[in-house]
Design a protein around this ligand. Structure first.
Ligand code: GAR
Length: 203
């Protein structure tokens, strides 16, 4: 079977990237590892990429006159490595329509809330502040809105009375590390079918 190439865009710690890369390396996800692109020089994900023998790039948004110019450079590199799927694994910038058009239905994002609740940043804190009893995480394809694209997998987590930001975030993260690799695997097996807002998973 033709193996897809999976690349990652990141901004920080890189635990989601690491989990997916491990599952590709072990053969659980049948795919090729592409590259890692960070918009932050200090992102730990760049170091982890080295551990996997992957090429990684810090592309500084400040070196470019605008967002599309920055993304053009990202696209150039993603194409150079023949990327089929882009995984936004803790990428904290909003992608423009220019990038999204290029990778339409081929960018998967992990979000630490049950969308459409708590989009944007600090989603775990938003959930605590709101007082919800259940939150969780979501994988979805990225479209032109902020965290609005078609949903692939969601996983719910109960919020406990004594939860703080750290305890809640770490329980959510554990589920992120389950549903993100699963979503990438389904994509790489060609089992995700998008129809409007809905993503169907073929058996
Ligand atoms: C994860 O919790 C991810 O869901 C979140 O950033 C964290 C990155 O952690 N992403 C967003 O909030 C996107 N809006 P990681 O670098 O260890 O994977």
């Amino acid at each position: 079977m033709f193996k897809k190439t999976v690349s990652f865009i990141v901004s920080g710690r890189g635990s989601n990237f690491q989990t997916v890369a491990e599952k590709i390396k072990s053969g659980y996800i049948k795919a090729n590892l592409g590259i890692v692109i960070s918009d932050k020089a200090e992102a730990r994900a760049l170091t982890i990429a080295g551990d996997f023998g992957m090429d990684s790039y810090f592309i500084n948004p400040r070196d470019f006159p605008g967002r599309e110019a920055h993304e053009s450079e990202m696209i150039r590199l993603l194409e150079k490595y023949k990327t089929d799927l882009v995984v936004a694994a803790g990428y904290m910038r909003i992608l423009t329509a220019f990038f999204i058009r290029k990778y339409r239905n081929r960018i998967i994002n992990i979000h630490p809330a049950l969308l459409p609740s708590f989009p944007g940043v600090h989603s775990q804190q938003q959930a605590l502040d709101y007082g919800v009893k259940i939150t969780g995480c979501t994988t979805h394809f990225i479209d032109e809105g902020t965290d609005t694209g078609p949903i692939i997998i969601q996983s719910p987590i109960s919020v406990m009375d004594d939860d703080g930001i750290e305890s809640l975030s770490s329980r959510i993260l554990k589920e992120e590390h389950r549903i993100l690799p699963e979503s990438v695997k389904l994509f790489c097996e060609g089992r995700l079918r998008i129809n409007g807002r809905k993503v169907y998973i073929d058996k």
